[in-house]
Ligand binder design. Structure first.
Ligand code: ADP
Ligand code: MG
Length: 253
């Protein structure tokens, strides 16, 4: 990518045939909550890209902007300055992206449904037939080696087991990008490590990009790449998969 290539420029120069498009491109992206004296700049001047081969942990202290950046990448929040777009997910220049799966930190399973039904539920909502949804759900659980949990209710699962079911629910929908916001935040190291293993396995199986936020350096170092956030800034964004030199880092060097 050329420095300063923006969304409009990108639309005029789409990805050449045969090239793998980036899943996400952030160019000097920012997000401010609120206005005036109550405004909080949560993400500031972030330039980075996510490819199908990306396996990155975003680390940084609480309040450094990790969740906000993930929400921007998910299309759940919009940039208030700069640009962010999704060439590989049908989301450019302004359209909403598709095929993004999100794993959240806390309990997210529906308590009245067993694990298999939880995994199948979003597919049923997306009008996949009941039978097909259950088959896809079973297949996702099989791929993650957790079919023994299929008939259990969420209250019968440990925190780590519930998170692995949440990962199965995400991969059943065949995402091209998996975003996980502190997926191990409520787990001990052993359980957290298993969840990271399952996320890495899922990304490899689907050839999906994977971005995980965590404030735990031990968890972060289980991933091949680490980015660090501090005060809303992504430090050293040259650590992108292709070693892209950004306008900002080029200016600093
Ligand atoms: P992290 O995930 O690293 O803890 P966040 O992205 O949640 O960081 O938060 C970054 C900053 O934005 C913090 O100062 C936080 O208080 C603020 N913030 C987050 N969400 C909101 C919100 N909905 N409204 C106002 N401020 C927010
Ligand atoms: Mg957070």
């Amino acid at each position: 990518m050329r420095p300063h290539q923006g969304a409009a420029d990108f639309a005029a120069n789409p990805v050449p045939p045969g090239a793998v498009p980036d899943l996400v491109i952030c160019e000097r992206a920012a997000h401010t909550y609120g206005t005036g004296i109550t405004a909080v700049v949560a993400v500031h001047d972030v330039t980075c890209r996510v490819l199908p081969s990306t396996r990155v942990a975003i680390t940084g202290p609480s309040g450094s902007g990790k969740s906000t950046l993930l929400h921007l990448m998910a299309g759940l929040e919009t940039t208030t300055a700069g640009a962010l777009w999704w060439p590989g997910l049908g989301g450019y220049p302004l359209a909403h992206p598709g095929r993004i799966g999100i794993v959240f930190q806390g309990p997210s399973l529906l308590p009245a449904l067993d694990a298999l039904e939880n995994v199948a539920f979003p597919l049923q909502m997306a009008a996949t037939g009941d039978h097909d949804a259950k088959e896809l759900a079973w297949d996702a659980m099989r791929r993650l080696g957790i079919t023994d949990l299929a008939g259990k209710l969420p209250q019968e699962l440990s925190g780590g087991q519930a998170q692995r079911v949440a990962v199965a629910r995400v991969i059943a929908a065949d995402p091209a990008l998996i975003l996980a916001d502190e997926p191990t935040g409520q787990l001990d190291h052993h359980a957290g490590g298993l969840v990271i293993d399952v996320l890495l396995q899922a990304a490899d199986e689907l050839s999906a990009g994977l971005v995980i936020s965590t404030h735990d350096p031990l968890i972060a170092h289980r991933l091949p790449q680490q980015w660090t956030m501090n005060d809303g800034r992504l430090l050293d964004p040259t650590l992108t998969p292709t070693g892209m030199t950004t306008a900002r880092s080029a200016g600093r060097s």
